[in-house]
Design a protein around this ligand. Structure first.
Ligand code: COA
Ligand code: ZN
Length: 310
């Protein structure tokens, strides 16, 4: 019924940290990424080559990529335009992810340009990635709903995917930027894309804003989708979308997959250890749940518990 194996992409140092106002030192980010690689993650969206004025936390993109590439995982980075692609190429990013929005309003707040111009920018990024021998994919933000416009038509997402395909895109990430998706939207949007573009590989990127993140993953699995993005500790959120909160949490996702018997290649204790370090770095409790509870296999001493004697 479900895929036997899925790929999990860690976005904790990108989506996870992009809204953090206090700059997390590059050395610390490098340590997180090395921890993810040791835990078995093989694709890491490490950072974004965007305007450092738009996202100051990721101004160290080049240093982070050059210090983490070639160490056993594919290091991917978001890239909004040709300038970002040139920076990513120079830093040695393995993969460029050109991102656009499914709604005009989010395209303007996030990229300061209409969708049509953003699509032209994707084409330039594709050419630069191709010329530099890097892999390339695209991500569509607010694909399951826009915080400014509401519902997004599956047909509109499918049309954008069709245009991207014409530029050579073979893998598309569908982003639920502000956690507006429910299983119904996942079925409608992904169903439409799988039908219209059976040759595209889909990756799903959910935020747990309304508590439906893992429920939406279950819906994706039922549709046969075998690639998901998550952030360590459940950190995350887009600074250019109202009401954005954390991504689905890597440890919680790894735990769920283990319970379902779906192979991820990721060591649960390893990702919990990194999440605890991330929690210390941002200085507050993160929303992930397994980081507190531990797995169900962790039993407790009966002596340590108060008895309900009346
Ligand atoms: N990397 C670094 N600097 C960049 C850049 C990039 N990829 N793209 C543009 N810039 C710089 C330009 O060189 C210019 O600098 P200058 O004023 O010192 O000459 C300045 O930014 C403005 O350039 P312009 O092309 O007019 O950009 P803009 O102001 O219209 O912003 C984006 C467009 C795409 C660069 C900006 O909206 C952005 O970085 N968005 C990313 C948002 C994001 O990361 N969202 C979260 C992920 S979903
Ligand atoms: Zn996101």
């Amino acid at each position: 019924m479900y895929p036997k194996t899925i790929e999990i992409t860690e976005v904790g140092t990108r989506d996870g940290l992009q809204s953090e106002s206090r700059f997390i030192p590059t050395d610390q980010k490098i340590k997180f990424i090395k921890g993810f690689i040791s835990a078995g993650l093989r694709r890491i969206e490490a950072t974004s080559f965007v305007s450092p004025r738009a996202v100051p936390q990721l101004a160290d993109a080049a240093g982070l990529v050059s210090a983490t590439r070639g160490q056993g995982a594919k290091i991917a980075a978001l890239v909004p335009n040709a300038k970002g692609a040139a920076r990513a190429l120079e830093a040695g990013a393995d993969e460029m992810v050109a991102f656009i929005s499914a709604s005009e309003s989010h395209s303007r707040t996030n990229l300061n340009m209409p969708i049509a111009d953003a699509l032209k920018a994707v084409e330039q990024v594709a050419q630069i990635a191709d010329g530099g021998g890097r892999t390339f994919r695209s991500a569509i933000a607010v694909a399951f709903g826009c915080p400014f416009e509401g519902d997004v038509e599956p047909a509109a997402v499918s049309a954008i995917a069709g245009t991207l395909k014409g530029m050579g895109v073979r893998t598309i990430t569908l982003g639920d930027t502000t956690g507006m998706a429910s299983p119904r939207h996942v079925e409608n949007v992904c169903g439409r894309l799988l039908e219209d573009h059976p040759d595209l590989r889909l990756t799903l990127h959910f935020h747990n804003t309304r508590g439906l993140g893992l429920v939406n993953v279950m819906t994706g699995l039922k549709l046969g989708i075998d690639s998901y993005e998550s952030a360590s500790g459940g950190l995350g959120g887009c600074p250019f979308a109202a009401g954005a909160t954390g991504n689905i949490c890597t440890e919680d996702l790894v735990y769920l997959m283990a319970e379902l018997g779906i192979e991820t290649g990721i060591d649960f204790d390893g990702v919990v250890a990194v999440a605890k370090e991330m929690e210390r770095a941002v200085g507050r409790e993160l929303p992930g749940q397994l980081i507190r509870s531990g797995p169900r296999s962790k039993l407790h001493s009966i002596e340590a518990v108060r008895r309900a004697v009346g």
